[in-house]
Design a binder for this molecule. Structure first.
Ligand code: ADP
Length: 670
């Protein structure tokens, strides 16, 4: 076995590979770009080598730099992960030339499967079923159109060199053929540098079912059952599960054997995935083979109790497969959800930013390769709180994988785990995944690749009004933070300032998900043991039973309500009832002050009395920090810092009466 390997990747997959290497006592070398110097994958490896600037083509895609790093650190083998150089046959060759082991298939297998058309010709010879279509060399437009007419519409055009859902066009009728062909070729040349296409019958409501295969250098080749990856957006997977719902023993064996035949036809070694497209009646056709470890491999690990990275390392070191076909057993059901930094409401547009707050569900320990106790909840992630999702790489934040005795148990566990996942700092798809998991189509396993489009109404519902529970949590978080700010302040302490019973203030929170949402006035009346919180005609007696950092437990009348509130500037992120609500806190007085602050003065918005001074001369404060609290007409108003800055002068003391527009503080923005 190797004693040291280099991992030519980043993010969650680099961390995933490192975890198995550590378990096996193998040292790891990370490579990283300048943008990733502080990344998690660098931290979890034993050594790390910087290989260039942020852009992947100047770092993670530079075969020579990676091979040089392996040689310099004494690594014996390179694991390419997925993406980047994992399916680059020249890189596989270059490793071997440099005397390194490429932890993957031989370059010849990668090449054979690299072109969708060439792969299809090979598969035809190996008797693997293919979607009816044309995948030959003739690229003449009239000829291709004739072929399309013969197979009948709708027809799908695919770039032969394509991948990642790019370079595909669905054509509904013959008249549209030429225009679609031209646009498909344009995309193919710009994305893959190769404009050859193939045409095939476009299946209606198909499912994407793939088979995990594994081969060693001793002539063994097995399949580790199937994964259903039908739930996709823009032809990219969102949810994956194993086994495929509705799969029969006969069909599983037929698909497994077809996949093994496909692998054997190209002299395959290592982990690979044969992707099939299946009709609702179960008939299936070869689509392509991915000659690497797949993103969704954990669901297979969970139902088979295997560690596929360990298998990869053993096979690459020349050992035989750890298990043969008859030893492989399928146990329970696993589902993976890809948590992306993206905005589902805006066409799944990727989002970038810093993970200002990250709390993951209580992961049930992942025992790699322990068949008797599968992990119930597993999180594969390449980021930690405080890390950044940059525009340079894939916007995946993590993979959440759950296991259950059956599909329903796995579904329930997934729903639970998603409800415990807290992310603040970037747009993400957690709420969307929750709706997807709960949707009638997914929960009843009525699967096909158009599931998301078909269920638009259920998956993108109109926003519901914010509940009083959520508003009460935000309000209590706000008033308790002010109280502690006051308690920390020497003037606050000596003044004996307290929230007087009977004092009432009005807070304005607006649903941040809605543009131009009207903030409903929320009244908060201070009482000796809590608050009376009112919204419209509703009013609840609110007491605080527990407060631990961002976690709160309240009693609203007779109901216990719990949740977390994370404040990010003027936005309060409230996690409660399994959902997240972002609330814009509109402090009109702080904003009134902000306008004045340019002139260096924060002024009183109305005549009243100063009830608390929370800062002193020379103090540095952050934007939004409360500075002075005024009381007018039994209502309390907070004057907050309009930006990060310094208090130059405090012009009034507690108990002073101030006139409308009177300057309260001299403030200097940083
Ligand atoms: P890529 O390599 O870009 O991922 P694939 O050939 O694997 O492309 O196809 C991606 C997805 O496109 C499939 O998972 C499926 O949803 C859809 N698809 C591919 N071929 C067909 C077809 N013949 N009919 C209907 N949908 C298809």
């Amino acid at each position: 076995m190797f004693t040291k390997i280099l991992i030519a990747n980043r993010g969650e997959i680099a961390c995933r590979v490192a975890a198995t290497a550590r378990k096996m006592g193998i040292k790891t070398v990370a490579v990283y770009s300048e943008a990733d110097a502080g990344a998690k994958h660098v931290a979890v490896c034993d050594e790390a080598v910087c290989i260039g600037p942020a852009a992947a083509k100047e770092s993670y895609l530079c075969a020579d730099k990676i091979i040089a790093a392996a040689l310099a650190t004494g690594a014996q083998a390179i694991h390419p992960g997925y993406g980047f150089l994992s399916e680059n046959s020249d890189f596989a060759d270059a490793c071997v030339t440099a005397g390194l082991v490429f932890i993957g298939p031989p370059a010849s297998s990668i090449r054979a499967m690299g072109s969708k058309s060439a792969a299809k010709s090979l598969m035809e010879k190996a008797d693997v079923p293919l979607v009816p279509g044309y995948h030959g060399d003739n690229q003449d437009a009239d000829f291709l159109q004739l072929e399309a007419d013969k197979m009948g519409y709708p027809v799908l055009l695919k770039a032969s060199a394509g991948g990642g859902g790019k370079g595909m066009r669905v054509i509904e009728k013959s008249a549209d053929f030429k225009a679609a062909l031209a646009s498909c070729k344009r995309e193919a040349i710009s994305s893959f540098g190769d404009d050859r296409v193939l045409a095939e019958k476009y299946l209606q409501r198909p499912r994407h079912i793939e088979i995990q295969v594994f081969a060693d250098t001793h002539g063994n080749c097995v399949y580790l059952f199937e994964r259903d990856c039908s739930v996709q957006r823009r032809h990219q997977k969102v949810l994956e599960e194993a086994p495929a719902p509705g799969m029969t023993l006969e069909r599983r064996a037929a698909m497994g054997n077809a996949a093994v035949a496909a692998a054997k036809a190209v002299g395959y070694v290592g982990a690979g995935t044969v992707e099939f497209i299946a009709n609702q009646d179960g008939s299936f056709y070869f689509m392509e083979m991915n000659t690497r470890l797949q993103v969704e491999h954990p669901v297979t690990e969970m139902i088979t109790g295997t560690d596929l990275v360990e298998w990869q390392l053993r096979v690459a070191a020349g050992e035989p497969l750890p298990m043969l076909q008859h030893q492989l057993k399928l146990h329970g059901h696993a589902i993976e959800a890809r948590i992306y930094a993206e905005n589902p409401e805006k066409g799944f547009l990727p989002s970038t930013g810093t993970l200002k707050h990250l709390r993951t569900p209580s992961a049930v320990t992942f025992e790699l390769g322990n068949a008797s106790i599968p992990a119930a909840v597993r999180i594969d992630s390449g980021v930690r709180a405080g890390d950044t999702i940059s525009p340079f790489y894939d916007p995946m934040i993590a993979k959440l994988i759950v296991w259950g005795e059956d599909r329903n148990e796995a579904l329930a566990r997934m729903a639970q785990a998603l409800s415990e996942y807290q992310i603040v700092g970037l747009a993400n798809n957690i709420a969307f995944l929750q709706r997807l998991i709960a949707s009638q189509s997914f929960s009843s396993a009525d699967l096909d690749t158009g599931l998301i489009e078909r269920n638009g109404d259920a998956l993108f519902p109109a926003a519901a009004p914010v509940s009083i529970d959520v508003l009460a949590l935000a309000a209590v978080a706000l008033v308790t933070s002010e109280k502690s700010a006051a308690a920390n302040d020497p003037f606050g302490n000596t003044s004996g300032w307290r929230m007087n019973s009977g004092l009432q203030r009005t807070l304005h929170f607006a649903d941040a998900a809605l543009e131009d949402a009207e903030a409903q006035p929320l009244t908060v009346e201070y009482q000796s043991d809590g608050w009376q919180i009112g919204l419209g005609s509703a009013s609840v007696k609110t007491t605080l039973s527990l407060h631990d950092n961002s976690d709160f437990r309240l009693t609203l009348d007779q109901r216990a309500v719990r949740g977390s509130v994370v404040r990010d500037g003027d936005v309060f992120h409230v996690f409660a009832g399994g959902g997240r609500t972002a609330l814009n806190y509109n402090d009109p007085l702080a904003h009134a002050g902000a306008a004045e602050a340019d002139g260096g003065r924060l002024t009183a918005p109305m005549p009243g009395k100063v009830v608390a001074v929370l800062v002193e001369k020379g103090q540095h404060v952050k934007k939004g920090e409360p500075l002075v609290i005024m009381e007018a007409m039994k209502m309390e108003h907070t004057i907050a810092a309009p930006g990060d800055g310094m208090v130059e002068e405090v012009l009034y003391a507690i108990g002073d009466q101030v006139a409308d527009g009177a300057p309260l503080l001299a403030f200097k923005l940083a």
